[in-house]
Design a protein around this ligand. Structure first.
Ligand code: GDP
Length: 195
């Protein structure tokens, strides 16, 4: 999709604030610093629309980005940020659980994992959780420009093994720097959103 119009519709902390237009939603989840803002910015062709993390983990809201009046990207705040208090973490956990488990408008979830390392425990927990709720997943391995091309097959294989890949899951290697994987990601989104 060629994107010209994007606006931050709302930063929500509870379900009463979710948008009501009924557009399909694509949620994006991942650990802080994994490259989520960079992915959103790449998909919408902006240099720095979604905030890149100068303050990792600070955005504790669900950010609904309206794209071309037909779709929402929902930026779910990054998990695994050690410096927030236990109370804050619980509040955050409740907020994203409520969204991911109750929101019927979710057409798919993009799960970002760092392509330079094997998936971490927190990534695996998130993926298991999303599998349990039978949400269609696109696993995006980020920052692959940092990995030699000769190792890409190995990364893919390792990820598939580690996360108990389901047949309805998809995996894309992505780089915001080299723009690797952008078309494949858009293709998946468009299919999920029934365009
Ligand atoms: P977020 O916290 O998940 O939103 O992560 P950001 O998008 O802010 O990225 C975190 C850091 O990783 C920043 O320093 C980015 O410049 C860097 N980064 C993000 N994507 C890429 C990528 O594809 N390649 C490389 N080399 N660095 C990246």
């Amino acid at each position: 999709m060629e994107v010209h119009n994007v606006s931050l519709k709302i930063s929500a902390v509870k379900k009463e604030q979710y948008p009501t237009e009924g557009y399909p939603e694509i949620a994006l989840v991942g650990r802080s610093n994994v490259g989520k803002s960079s992915l959103v910015n790449t998909l919408i062709n902006r240099r720095s629309y979604a905030r890149t993390s100068s303050q990792p983990g600070k955005t504790q809201t669900l950010n609904f980005y309206e794209v071309e009046n037909q779709l929402y990207f929902v930026d779910v705040p990054g998990y695994g940020y050690a410096r927030v208090s236990k109370k804050e973490r619980q509040k955050w956990g409740k907020m994203i659980e409520e969204y991911l488990t109750q929101r019927e408008k979710i057409h798919g979830v993009v799960v970002l994992i760092d392509g330079r390392h094997t998936p971490m425990q927190l990534d695996l927990q998130m993926i298991n959780f999303l599998h349990y709720y039978e949400l269609p997943l696109l696993i995006v391995a980020t920052k692959v420009d940092k990995v030699p091309r000769s190792k890409w097959n190995k990364i893919e294989k390792e990820i598939r093994q580690k996360i108990e890949f389901k047949k309805q899951d998809h995996l894309v290697l992505f780089s915001a720097v080299a723009k690797t994987g952008v078309n494949e990601i858009w293709k998946w989104i468009e299919k999920r959103a029934d365009f």
